[in-house]
Design a protein. Structure first.
Length: 139
């Protein structure tokens, strides 16, 4: 079945991130001077303003920072997923990533819940990072 949800727009700034996702790795920039790990990628560190950076691979674990449960499909591709949970995950390395929480009833998702990355093939060479709780009554 074709993927019928919106896909990310890949550009020069985020290409390394999405190539990492295709390889099932979460890649983030890390400032070579102060060590700050950042997302989204940029050519300037927001903490120390250095232009020196490298890419690191995240462990893919973190905690739910905040979330919302959607009961209305604002795009037809999401209708079969209702209700679904959209969350900001605070990764252990520091960056916050907007994503979906899967593998757990939306009523059991809570802030500070430990999560790990899982991968969804979306077609067109795009693999999406989603997260599932480490502990959930349905998991």
């Amino acid at each position: 079945m074709p993927y019928d949800k919106p896909l990310p727009k890949i550009n020069a700034d985020n290409r390394t991130f999405w190539e990492g996702c295709r390889d099932r790795e979460l890649r983030f920039q890390q400032c070579s001077d102060c060590g700050h790990v950042r997302w989204p990628a940029s050519n300037l560190c927001p903490r120390c303003h250095s232009t020196a950076a490298t890419w690191i691979v995240s462990q893919g674990t973190g905690r739910v920072y905040t979330f919302a449960v959607y009961h209305t499909a604002y795009h037809p591709g999401f209708a079969a997923d209702l209700p679904y949970t959209v969350a900001v995950v605070a990764l252990d390395e520091g960056p916050h990533l907007l994503t979906n929480i899967i593998g757990c009833p939306s009523g059991e998702v809570e802030c500070d819940m430990e999560v790990e990355v899982v991968w969804e093939e979306a077609g067109d060479g795009i693999t999406l990072p989603k997260f599932r709780p480490l502990q959930c009554s349905r998991a």
